[in-house]
Design a protein around this ligand. Sequence first.
Ligand SMILES: C[S@@+](CC[C@H](N)C(=O)[O-])C[C@H]1O[C@@H](n2cnc3c(N)ncnc32)[C@H](O)[C@@H]1O
Length: 191
Amino acid sequence: MDFFSSDQQFDQLYPRAISALASRHWTPLSVAKEAADFLAVGTNPRILDIGSGVGKFCMIGARFHPHAVFTGIEQRESLTQIAQSIEQQLGLNNTQFLTGNFTEIDFTQFHHFYFYNAFYENLIDNDSIDQTIDQSPELFNLYNRKLYKQLKKLPAGTRIATFHSSENEMPSSYQVVGVGTNEDLKFWIKL
Ligand SMILES: C[S@@+](CC[C@H](N)C(=O)[O-])C[C@H]1O[C@@H](n2cnc3c(N)ncnc32)[C@H](O)[C@@H]1O
């Protein structure tokens, strides 16, 4: 079966309760492909998904860009474990899934970044993935500030693809250079 032919096929890889969250929380296949095409440039690029969930973006990127390495950082261990089990099932050898807060990651180890509005769950009372982690508007602001600072330090030429971003986290040194077929996908390059 070609799991990469449609969202319906890909989401079948996940347990039912996880695939039920796809339309709200996991990147659609076409968006992941376009974002990865933008990010996987240069020789052996290392790409970080900030808040990688069950690894959908990373695995789609890795399948279509075997010369690139896709790393995901995810705060919910249960989601990382699911991503690790599917990466094995698919036989991917250019993905890596870590459990932790993105604030603990050294961004300079990566060339380019993907960000699907990971902090938004701090602003809503329902529709969250689960209730296993602290959520609050204060955390939303804190994470946005931390991400802003991390991004600001990166070298010129750094690329970021954002999906449904509030754009508060983007320093003014990053310029929008394109928009995806889905207009909530934006492509940025640091000047
Ligand atoms: C909208 S989902 C996107 C998942 C994945 N990037 C994708 O595109 O399929 C955002 C994910 O970010 C994670 N997240 C939120 N805040 C985080 C933080 N501070 N550190 C690490 N992960 C975080 C959430 O647990 C959630 O799984």
